[in-house]
Design a protein around this ligand. Sequence first.
Ligand SMILES: [Zn+2]
Length: 380
Amino acid sequence: MKYCKSCLTTNLRPNSSFNKKNICIACEYSSQIFSFSSSTHLARLKEKIRELNKRARLKLNNYDCIVGVSGGKDSTRQALWVRDRLKMNPLLVCCAYPPYQMSDIGANNIENLINAGFDVIFDTPSPQTSRDLSKRSFIKFGNVCKASEMALFASVPRIAIDFDVKLIFWGENPALQVGDSETGGSDPLDGNNLRNLNTLVDGGDEWMDEVFQSPYKKKHYQYPSVNEFKKRNINIIYLGPAWDDWSNDMNSTFASLHGLTLRPNEEKITGDISNASMIDEEFTNINMMIKYFKYGFGRATDLVNEAIRNKEISRQDAIGIVEKYDGVCDDSIIKSYCNYINIAESEFWKYTNYWVNESIFRKTNKRPVPKFKVGVNFYD
Ligand SMILES: [Zn+2]
């Protein structure tokens, strides 16, 4: 396992890419971005919207764009920014799983957006199917949220098609933010390759077929094809690169000043040092833990990496935080997931241990123990 020389990303990250100097794609990009002023990016964004408007009139009906929202910090800030800074009229799309998989905080945060004057369309896949899919993807892929992520990403373009909206804004550019190189486009704002995100394409979707009683239910989980995008002139733009201050911290500060509820002081339970990621959904914390067992990095790594790139923390100080919080996910969350998919906790650890990367972890009956030291290249 090799680490980026500048941050704490490892080469085990799916679709990771390191240059000859062993710098990851996200660090490479962020060192370039500081040479542009934020107004350059904003000007490019506005130019892009003007071009799209010329090619295909964006405002055919009430809405000229769509913003996907989850009840989290990024989407709250995006919705407000698109409306108040770009002066556009977004339709908000929220893919949610009430009652089992939606926290009260998530529901309050969506209500906060509705109260702020936005129209929100909910896409709600059947809860029973979604539960069956979660269990299946946990066993088959070591990923408890694979299906719900597929539904979340697919819901936005599917509803764009239904409402004849041609422009979709997405927040984070995963190529630049976390280093998933397949999702980058012709420029930092181009989001049309979002469909290549590892979690959406890895493993295909045939594994779902046995769960669906009626074939149309699968549509919730299927990303519209490239041809459908072309035929309907749909484009995705990443907003993150156009903001000089796009960061987890700034987004949660901004959003909480606009009514977003956070989850303070829960980092020892969720492993989330920002107290602001995934506040709408609990089981994602399990995925973050399993991700750590598979690839040697978890959510704390992603958060400190951003802070390292923004020069808010040194790589050395970040190591201490990652050692403490990567892989943290309290037994109470695991217990509640076991109840949700109806398995014993011992079974949970049996399935989880199947996904543990034994070249970097030593297996036990329960939580595996790392053999590596954070930030130091490790060869088994
Ligand atoms: Zn890096």
